[in-house]
Design a protein around this ligand. Structure first.
Ligand SMILES: Cc1cc2nc3c(=O)[nH]c(=O)nc-3n(C[C@H](O)[C@H](O)[C@H](O)COP(=O)(O)OP(=O)(O)OC[C@H]3O[C@@H](n4cnc5c(N)ncnc54)[C@H](O)[C@@H]3O)c2cc1C
Length: 505
């Protein structure tokens, strides 16, 4: 007889693993299927020259005692084992523009945030305090942002626009750009993006900002260890390729590319929503739903360079640098001019194990449209399924790397002498490793004009199929975790989830 699970989760991204663990802790028989060689989706790391590089998590917010992510992770029983390093309290992010040598800090703690920026903008004290207050108010209006409480979205707040809000806070255009300076975290569209996206993202880091020592994959490793302790099964190299329905439109099982079939009572899809639609079959879904989702625009993808440094060649810095070619660039940084690429980048460094005052590696990321790699879109390449993309692609990556280095050298003049080796990833790497449409970083663009258009319920028209993950929720470690608890609330009931979370302080 075929084994039947209570819950089958498709995809082991953060949303899939968190949902699986919440349900396994309830005593349900859970199984997670992952297509890749490594679990975790964007939590994956890779290792080169004995160093670990993150692909999709560089820092985490809200992890100090009593803060939201700390409480969620405590419930999941992974908090105590996470190896974390707090970032510079007086400037975990630093924003710079053009040739201006000043790095404007985003500091941890609201009072400190305002105080540190006041050093550069002394006449803006009151405006900065108002900004901090508004951010906290907007966050308090979000369901589950404060772990328990608040059931519904406040529609008025969903419609607030980031550009209009920032312009209302201060007339000082430089300060406006500084406040928006970390908008790479939501793919750089400050003109259209709802203010809640900005508020939820920056609030989390202003509360507290940490790096994962040895990379973000420790989160997926800890979640999987806990899942197994609670009796769940987790399988890699298991790409779901078909959904099997009965005559009543009930999903009964899934088949994998490798030819196995897994039956379950309920299913959670943690994969990109377009891929889920393909598996369901468009004919089973309402036209209005389909048209809505297919009209969503993916957020930009990115090009990253991972630099292995020679020992003791560059000092370490315990913060991220967000650099823009000009102040104006901040507003819609993702719309770059090809001839001037890269007009912006995020740069982070990792401390050497034995000499932490020096950096052992650097990672720099910038926007890149999928169009730039379209020529090679029919190729596929991952560690588990290796295929060369060809000489043309290697040349393309080499040229882009040179341009990135030229941009970085303006801030770190001796950089080239310090480099031992360089590795790169392009939108194709993100597409192939995660399965995201056109390698998008965070899912789909949200707009304050029509905020509900890009929000979908975790419930689907198929009664026993639920959704989770960044393509249907807020992205980011906190956003996806909150989304996963909301998905489980649909299955277990909101009261059950609230009851559990209330016990965690
Ligand atoms: C460059 C970059 C930097 C980032 N930096 C940060 C940061 O510093 N801080 C932060 O909070 N967030 C950051 N994020 C965002 C964060 O990493 C993501 O929002 C989050 O990890 C997404 O989780 P998810 O649940 O949506 O799953 P995903 O990560 O999208 O994973 C989905 C999983 O499903 C699997 N899958 C796909 N198709 C199938 C199939 N058919 N069968 C089985 N499995 C399948 C995939 O292989 C993958 O493992 C960053 C993202 C990127 C891209």
């Amino acid at each position: 007889m075929k084994k039947e699970y209570d819950i089958l989760v498709i995809g082991s991204g953060l949303g899939g693993l968190v949902s699986a663990l919440v349900l396994a802790k309830e005593g349900l028989k859970v199984c997670v299927l992952e297509k890749n060689n490594q679990y975790g989706g964007n939590l994956q790391t890779f290792s080169r020259d004995k160093l670990i590089f993150d692909t999709g998590v560089h820092y985490l917010g809200g992890l100090s005692k009593g803060q939201n992510l700390n409480r969620f992770f405590s419930y999941l029983e992974i908090m105590e084992d996470l190896e974390l390093q707090q970032m510079d309290e007086d400037g975990y992010d630093r924003i710079s523009f053009g040739d201006d040598a000043i790095e404007y800090p985003h500091a941890q703690g609201y009072q400190n945030f305002a105080e540190q920026l006041c050093k550069h903008f002394p006449e803006e004290k009151e405006n900065l305090e108002n900004y901090c207050e508004e951010i906290q108010y907007v966050c308090s209006q979000f369901p589950r942002y404060n772990v328990v409480g608040k059931d519904n979205y406040n529609e008025e707040i969903l419609h607030l626009n980031t550009k209009r809000f920032i312009e209302s806070v201060t007339q000082n255009t430089k300060l406006q750009s500084v406040l928006l300076g970390s908008n790479f975290l939501y793919a750089g569209d400050s003109e259209n993006v709802p203010f809640y996206v900005h508020a939820l993202t920056v609030n989390s880091y202003i509360q507290s900002a940490y790096k994962c020592v040895k990379g973000g994959s420790q989160i997926s490793k800890l979640l999987i260890r806990k899942l197994r302790q609670y009796g769940a099964e987790v399988h890699k190299h298991s790409e779901v390729s078909d959904f099997v329905f009965d005559e009543n439109n009930v999903l009964t099982s899934v088949r994998t590319k490798e030819g196995k079939e897994y039956a379950a009572k309920q299913f959670i899809s943690n994969i990109e929503i377009r891929a889920t639609i393909k598996l369901i079959g468009e004919e089973r879904l309402k036209k209005s739903f389909l048209n809505r989702v297919l009209s969503w625009k993916p957020v930009s993808s990115c090009f990253s360079i991972y630099i292995v440094l020679k020992p003791h060649s560059l000092p370490n810095f315990n913060y991220n640098i967000y650099h823009y070619s000009s102040e104006e660039q901040v507003w819609n940084a993702f719309q770059y001019r090809k001839e001037a690429w890269p007009e912006t980048y995020m740069l982070s460094s990792t401390a050497s194990k034995h000499h932490p005052e020096f950096a052992e590696s650097l990672t720099a990321i910038t926007y890149m449209d999928f169009d730039e790699v379209k020529e090679w879109e029919s190729t596929f390449n991952t560690v588990a399924d290796e295929h060369e993309r060809g000489e043309g692609y290697e040349k393309f990556k080499f040229e882009k790397t040179e341009k990135m280095l030229e941009a970085l050298e303006k801030r770190i003049p001796n950089l080239r002498h310090a480099i031992k080796r360089i590795y790169t990833s392009s939108p194709l790497s993100y597409r192939d490793y995660i399965g995201n449409f056109e390698g998008n970083m965070y899912g789909y663009m949200k707009s304050s004009e029509n905020p509900l258009k890009t929000m979908v319920s975790p419930r689907t028209k198929i009664d026993n199929l639920f959704l989770t993950g960044q393509s249907v929720n807020m992205h980011g470690i906190l956003g996806v975790t909150i989304g996963a608890f909301n998905t489980c609330a649909e299955i277990l009931g909101k009261d059950t989830i609230d009851r559990h979370l209330k016990k965690i302080i």
